[in-house]
Ligand binder design. Structure first.
Ligand SMILES: Cc1cc2nc3c(=O)[nH]c(=O)nc-3n(C[C@H](O)[C@H](O)[C@H](O)COP(=O)(O)OP(=O)(O)OC[C@H]3O[C@@H](n4cnc5c(N)ncnc54)[C@H](O)[C@@H]3O)c2cc1C
Length: 454
């Protein structure tokens, strides 16, 4: 009997972990990952410099759902996983030119009780009184509502702008008035009345931070996946243009006219690229995939001498979009040596900033020096900073899918259409924007394929 072959297109975390899970379930399968870049890993980009490790892309993954942690365990990386430092677990929010602490125990900037809001200086007395109306406002059935519209209507403008927007915007890189409640705050997807009561009734997360990352950086996960696959199962510099059905098999068409045949194909590429590959074979699926909006990202890392700067004892700061210019160019700042003390050399303090997606889109082509100057100018509104000893800039031009209103339904539509077309699609657009969701989608897809290929 001939070996069954699965071709995985895209060597980011989604593609690599699907291939890894497939081989774990069915070691006899012939699995090949095709990656257009020279380097696998996609968005995962870790900088190792001057005795320090700094993430330029994703920083850590969530332990809920637990699939990313399971993946690390299966790769022998469990012992290397660390949570952000407990001592610096505070998150700050820029308020004018001040940094104020986000009240503790919030869920994505949402309070579980009014008492959590009592002492914060991020809200005015009127803002706090308005938030209390959440408990008495009539219940309303909402469909396709944005996070901003829901929170603003129930708890008022201040909770939306000073608490929820900085947190949610910082994580999902989108405009709070466009983000999908079902994708971003699934705990409120079916809530009709008070959001505070709904949160209070939900199980409260216990223990330390739900974030984890390998001490040596997330590129360790990529390296372990690549090593586990072996060189014969990963083809780099291989760009796929289209896929088509040829009799009983799939034909995967690469640049240069090469065609590879496969029994199953997994598409682990950004949705626009996946759409172009499917155009000729499944045009309606291609259309649905094109509906996902991607937000570009631009990060700047700056290293200072330890003692040259005085960062507050906090993991970082979130910047509301209404912050005074030029600070409003940034969405988030990480004090890397506070958040991940084991990763930064003793003689350094490292600050990482992310530009707001609107600014990232405008400035993507600017040279590194200009971007560092803009990041410094913005940061100096809240923190005195000298010139950095060194810097690094990373551009994510394709960016990540932004879960805007309708995202959850679109993802469901894509999964259903893909199933009908007999093709598998994985990755941040259909499985969730973060690594944990991506790992969950990869594991489920691998199991489904393993069951089909009997
Ligand atoms: C700045 C930034 C910060 C983030 N922070 C976090 C975080 O802290 N925590 C978290 O959980 N998530 C975070 N994310 C999201 C996380 O990076 C993604 O969920 C995850 O990396 C997506 O993996 P993927 O494999 O789906 O996509 P990608 O990483 O985009 O991989 C797609 C791969 O397909 C390849 N490809 C493209 N076209 C072709 C083609 N034609 N043929 C062959 N190959 C092709 C690409 O080269 C790439 O390697 C962040 C993302 C960014 C950009």
């Amino acid at each position: 009997m001939t070996k069954r072959r699965v071709v995985v297109v895209g060597g980011g975390l989604a593609g690599l972990s699907t291939a890894h899970a497939l081989l774990a379930a069915r070691p006899e399968l012939e699995v090949l990952v095709l990656e257009s870049n020279a380097r696998a890993g996609g968005n995962v980009r870790t900088l190792h410099r001057d005795g320090s490790t700094v993430e330029l892309g994703p920083d850590a993954f969530l332990t809920r759902p637990g699939h990313a942690e399971d993946l690390c365990r299966s790769l022998g990386l469990a012992d290397t996983l660390r949570a952000p430092d407990e001592a610096a677990s505070r998150v700050l929010v820029a308020h004018g030119d001040k940094l104020l602490p986000l009240p503790e125990g919030m869920a994505l900037g949402m309070p579980r009780s009014l008492s959590q809001l009592a002492r914060t200086r991020l809200l005015s007395p009127l803002g706090k009184a308005r938030a209390a109306l959440d408990l008495v406002l009539p219940a309303r059935k909402e469909r396709d509502v944005s996070v901003g519209a829901l929170v603003g209507r129930r708890l008022g403008r201040e909770v939306k702008e000073f608490l929820v927007e900085p947190v949610v915007g910082g994580i999902f890189g989108g405009d709070v008035d466009e983000l999908d409640v079902a994708a971003v705050m699934p705990m409120f997807a079916n809530v009709r009345g008070s959001l505070i009561r709904a949160l209070a009734a939900a199980p409260r997360p216990t223990g330390a931070s739900p974030m984890r990352a390998p001490l040596g950086g997330l590129d360790g996960v990529v390296r372990a996946l690549v090593d586990a696959l072996g060189p014969q199962r990963l083809l780099s510099n291989a760009t796929v243009r289209s896929i088509a059905r040829h009799g009983d098999a799939w034909g995967v068409h690469l640049d240069g006219g090469v065609r590879l045949d496969a029994d199953e194909v997994v598409l682990a590429t950004p949705p626009g690229v996946t759409a172009a590959m499917l155009e000729g074979y499944a045009p309606e699926l291609a259309d649905a995939l094109r509906g996902f909006r991607l937000k570009p990202a631009l990060t700047v890392v700056m290293a200072f001498g330890r003692g040259e700067i005085a960062t507050p004892l906090a993991s970082g700061a979130l910047i509301p979009r209404g912050a005074p210019p030029p600070l409003d160019a940034l969405s988030a700042v990480t004090f890397v040596d506070r958040k991940w003390p084991g990763r930064v050399a003793d003689h350094l303090s490292i600050v990482r900033t992310a530009f707001r997606p609107s600014h990232a889109a405008k400035w993507m082509r600017c040279d590194d020096e200009t971007l560092v100057a803009r990041a410094l100018e913005a940061l100096r509104v809240i923190l005195p900073l000298p010139a950095p000893r060194w810097h690094a800039v990373e551009r994510f031009e394709t960016g990540t899918p932004c879960p805007e209103v309708g995202h959850t339904r679109r993802a469901e539509e894509c999964r259903a259409r893909a199933l009908a077309a007999g093709v598998s699609i994985v990755g941040a657009a259909v499985d969730g924007p973060g690594i944990a969701g991506v790992a969950r989608g990869a594991a489920a897809t691998a199991l489904a394929i393993a069951a089909r290929l009997v």
